[in-house]
Each structure stands twice: as structure tokens, then as C-alpha cells.
Design a protein around this ligand. Structure first.
Ligand code: NAD
Ligand code: ZN
Length: 346
């Protein structure tokens, strides 16, 4: 089969490789679509190899069950679904509580095995996945469904975790209206009556944010925090979702979140929010504000995201590419030229 693989740091190649054999507890998925995430770019730019052998990228996978492992019950070939990206142990106290995204087996700072970031991912014709990771999508289109597996899941999880602050009349700031952020705005619209302020450097992404339901948009710049404070009576936004995570956006989050507000760190740009344990005052984090470094989501978050999509309440805007054009699609993503989510179709 053909697979888009990371062969050396920074080098993507479309390679001919053997199709995987599903193990006894696995499913073989015939990939229908596989989304491109900005996280893949972070991996692409690591100065070292993620693993010795070439790695097939792709952690937003939608497809059809092509074969079922011997020990798998309750799944049949031909079922359509997406792959839950936390390949967690399923039995530790966190998994038992439904917090599979912080599975104990992953250790303190790692994440549970994720397709395309350790095990082979979905940018191929076939991928083998744990049977427990398969979540049905009904008749949703594969291209529409693939981004639910991360762009929606991760946004949904961060938003659900800030629910107490998202009361009617509150303000939520979404920084970065890219693959994740443009879905996050729709989830906020579907679940809450908060006022949504989208911040992006790119006018085209601000336009997309408006199309997705943002009430106001702001260009990211030196005065953005002051403008958010001006819009909120000097108090700040009850929730700030940073889908970028560079120094500027992390510091914007700290400076624009309200007392008792929720600052959610989702973007992985290595940004330093500059939080200190000093007293309140000045541009520092206000009293009561919480910071959460939010990873992925729970399987329930994925199920809920799929339900929102099936109900027509959220829909990822997608740009479709052939598997063979994967490297080109990543280049466009890196240049900020993808509107919504890029998705590869094998
Ligand atoms: P993307 O490239 O599709 O979107 C990024 C958006 O941010 C673009 O609209 C861009 O114009 C905007 N932007 C860039 N710099 C900005 C700035 N300084 N101020 C305001 N806006 C700015 O990326 P994506 O796929 O949506 O991923 C976003 C981030 O989330 C990445 O860092 C990715 O690694 C991370 N991520 C985290 C998790 C998690 O579990 N925490 C999951 C998936 C992705
Ligand atoms: Zn991702």
C-alpha cells in the first residue's frame, strides 16, 4: 500500500509499504480520509527521529473496517467510523473515570500512544488500530468526519472543561481560528450563549471565524489585550482558549483572562505565559484564574463531537488533497494557506 511517511527529520516521502496485519485485538481500517494537524508540523521539525523506522503520519482518521482481529467482539467489516486518538490502557483509574487522555500508563508528561505520532497513523491506504479506538460515525462523509478525531475532540474537551465560565453573557476569546479554532468557535456556539471574540493574525482566518459564528474578531497585535479589556468593562474574558501557544498568545491569554476565568492552553508553540506568583495588579494573571494545559479529549468528547456533526451543529471546513500531494498540503499548512482543515484522501 502507499503511505506518507516521515523518513528523516523534516522529510516526508510517499512510500510503498506492506499493508499492516491487524493483531487479535485490532481492526484493519481502510482509510477514507486523514486530516493534517499543525502538531504534525511540530513533529516534522523535531531535530531527531521519532522512531528508527519510517513513521506514517496521520492522527485524524476516518474509514471503514476492512478486517477484524480474532479476539474482537462487537465489530464487523464494513462499519464506518473515526479512530479515537488516545490509545490508552483502558483499565487504570483515569481510564476508568473516562479520562483516557491522561491515562496513567503514559506516565507523568507523555501522552498515550497516538497513531501517527508513535504507532503508524492514517496517511496510508490502511491502518491497524486497537478495536477499542473505533467510534462509529453513521453516514457522515469521511472527509467531514476525519477532523472530528482531533480538531473537534480537542476543542470540545477544552470548552467542556471551562463550562462553568461560559454562562450566558460571558465572553470567550478564541486565539487562532485555524484547524482547531474554527471548529472550537462552532462548538462554543452550539453549547453556550457566550460572546465569542476570535483573534487571529490572518484576515482570512478572521473572516472564517465570523462565518463559523464568532461575534467579534480582532487582529492579533500589541493592543489586543487592551481591546479585550475594553470590551469587557476592564475585567477580561471569562474564558480564553489559546489555539496557538506562542509567547505572544500565551501572554495575551494571561493579560486578557478575567478573575476566576479559565485560561486554556491548547496550542503547542512552546510559548511562555510569564506567570509569576506575585500579588494581583498590573498585567499579571488575576485572582482565581485557572490555567489548564489541555490534551486531546476523552472518548465521550469524541462521541459528543460526532453527535454535534451529525446534528448539523458543527462542520469542519475542509480542503481535500490526494495522498500523493501530502507534502504539498503540509507546506500550505505551514504557510498558513489552509482554510479550516486539510484532509488527505488515499
Ligand atoms: P493551524 O495552523 O490550522 O491554525 C493556527 C491558526 O493560528 C491559524 O489560523 C493562524 O493564522 C493563527 N495564528 C498563528 N499565529 C498567531 C498569533 N501569533 N496570534 C493569533 N493567531 C495566530 O493549527 P491547528 O492544527 O489548529 O493547531 C493549533 C495548535 O494546537 C498547534 O500548536 C497544534 O500543535 C496544537 N494542538 C494541540 C492539541 C492538544 O491536544 N493540546 C491537539 C491538536 C493540536
Ligand atoms: Zn492533532
Amino acid at each position: 500500500m502507499r503511505a506518507l511517511q516521515l523518513t528523516e527529520p523534516g522529510r516526508l516521502e510517499l512510500r510503498e509499504v506492506p499493508a499492516p496485519e491487524p493483531g487479535p485485538t485490532e481492526l484493519l481500517i481502510q482509510v477514507g480520509a486523514s486530516g493534517l494537524c499543525h502538531s504534525d508540523l511540530h513533529v516534522l521539525h523535531l531535530p531527531f527521529k521519532v522512531r528508527d523506522e519510517p513513521l506514517t503520519l496521520g492522527h485524524e482518521i476516518a474509514g471503514t473496517i476492512a478486517a477484524v482481529g480474532d479476539q474482537v467482539a462487537g465489530r464487523t467489516t464494513g462499519e464506518r467510523g473515526v479512530v479515537y486518538l488516545c490509545w490508552s490502557c483502558g483499565v487504570c483509574p483515569e481510564c476508568a473515570s473516562g479520562n483516557e487522555n491522561v491515562c496513567r500508563a503514559a506516565g507523568r508528561v507523555a501522552m498515550p500512544p497516538c497513531p501517527g505520532l508513535g504507532p503508524d497513523g492514517g496517511m496510508a491506504e490502511y491502518v491497524a488500530v486497537p478495536a477499542s479506538s473505533f467510534v462509529p460515525i453513521g453516514d457522515l462523509d469521511f472527509v467531514a468526519a476525519a477532523p472530528l478525531a482531533d480538531a473537534a475532540l480537542t476543542s470540545y474537551h477544552a470548552i467542556r472543561g471551562a463550562h462553568d465560565q461560559l454562562y450566558p453573557g460571558s465572553t470567550a476569546v478564541v486565539i487562532g481560528a485555524g484547524g482547531l479554532g474554527h471548529v472550537g468557535i462552532q462548538i462554543l456556539r452550539a453549547l453556550t450563549a457566550t460572546r465569542i471574540v476570535a483573534v487571529d493574525t490572518d484576515p482570512a482566518k478572521r473572516e472564517l471565524a465570523t462565518e463559523c459564528g464568532a461575534h467579534e474578531t480582532l487582529a492579533a497585535g500589541d493592543d489586543t489585550a487592551d481591546r479585550i479589556l475594553a470590551m469587557t468593562g476592564g475585567r477580561g474574558a471569562e474564558a480564553v482558549f489559546d489555539f496557538v501557544g506562542v509567547d505572544a498568545t500565551a501572554q495575551l491569554s494571561v493579560r486578557s483572562v478575567a478573575p476566576n476565568g479559565a485560561y486554556r492552553m491548547i496550542g503547542l508553540g512552546d510559548g511562555n505565559p510569564g506567570i509569576t506568583a506575585g500579588p494581583a495588579g498590573g498585567p499579571e494573571l488575576p485572582w482565581g484564574a485557572t490555567v489548564r494545559k489541555s490534551y486531546g479529549g476523552t472518548k465521550r468528547d469524541l462521541i459528543d463531537s460526532i453527535a454535534l456533526a451529525r446534528a448539523g451543529r458543527i462542520s469542519a471546513r475542509t480542503e481535500q488533497f490526494a495522498l500523493a500531494d501530502g507534502a504539498h498540503a503540509y507546506a500550505l499548512l505551514e504557510q498558513g494557506r489552509i482554510r479550516g482543515r486539510a484532509v488527505l484522501v488515499p
